[in-house]
Design a binder for this molecule. Structure first.
Ligand SMILES: C[S@@+](CC[C@H](N)C(=O)[O-])C[C@H]1O[C@@H](n2cnc3c(N)ncnc32)[C@H](O)[C@@H]1O
Length: 227
């Protein structure tokens, strides 16, 4: 857990100038969907946030939100919380939410670890960390979102049997994910053969980052189960 819910965020929060329609969505739709972190030591009341949702799923760093909104469309009885501090991505996600009319998405536009610290134990049935910023230089590895402490914190939040999905196309983040997540004692890696991590599962649509193939390598899809 990050101490005192302090923000330690790397990367940009704002990119190119937003269009008027995007600004309007940030002014009108975002306030209705924002999750507010309560003061410590209180935890978020997820029943109040989502009403009768069957399960709660979390996506960390949703980018432009295509995957988040796709999952919300496919699973109308699940409540999805998406975390993304990059405001241009949040604006794009709001456009997807408006276009599709999904009502089961809530957003947190800051460091996901601040939200995670405020979630109750065993509250999540699924978590997605898809193409986290690769930080390929060795001296920047400490900035990677997948770290022992975030995995420990997710283990606190995930129900037994809950699924953690990780993806990367960065050749140095793959062994890092294996060394940190796949061998973590709280999780079982669900792969029995190479196709289990090389081939895209049917219910896992490509993300915007993945489609741009920034690192130029084939992505891997890691599925872990909380013990
Ligand atoms: C490489 S992008 C991938 C975005 C998206 N998952 C995709 O595949 O298209 C990584 C994203 O993680 C976000 N991010 C970085 N650190 C974060 C943090 N601590 N909490 C939440 N999001 C974070 C960044 O703003 C960025 O949008």
């Amino acid at each position: 857990m990050i101490e005192g819910r302090q923000r330690t965020l790397y990367g940009r929060r704002r990119g190119k100038k937003l269009r008027a329609g995007q600004e309007a969505l940030l002014d009108t739709l975002l306030p209705r969907l924002l999750v507010k972190v309560p003061p410590e030591p209180q935890k978020l009341d997820l029943a109040a946030v989502f009403g009768g949702a069957r399960d709660i799923w979390l996506e960390v760093g949703f980018g432009a939100g295509e995957h988040l909104v796709w999952q919300a469309e496919q699973h109308a009885d699940v409540g999805l919380i998406g975390c993304e501090p990059f405001i241009n991505g949040v604006a794009k996600c709001l456009a997807h939410i408006e276009r599709t009319g999904v009502t089961n998405v809530r957003l947190f536009n800051d460091d996901a670890r601040l939200l995670m610290a405020a979630l109750p134990e065993q509250s999540l049935a699924r978590a997605f960390i898809l193409f986290p910023d690769p930080w390929p230089k060795t001296r920047h590895h400490k900035r990677r979102f997948v770290q022992r402490d975030t995995l420990d914190e997710l283990a606190r939040l995930m129900k037994p049997g809950a699924e953690l999905r990780l993806a990367t196309d960065d050749p140095s983040y793959l062994p890092w994910m294996v060394e940190h997540a796949c061998v973590h004692p709280a999780y079982d890696w669900q792969a029995e053969r190479p196709a289990d991590w090389r081939d895209r599962p049917a219910d896992w649509p490509p993300t915007r980052y993945e489609q741009k193939m920034l690192a130029g390598h084939k992505p891997v899809f890691l599925r872990l189960r909380r013990r």
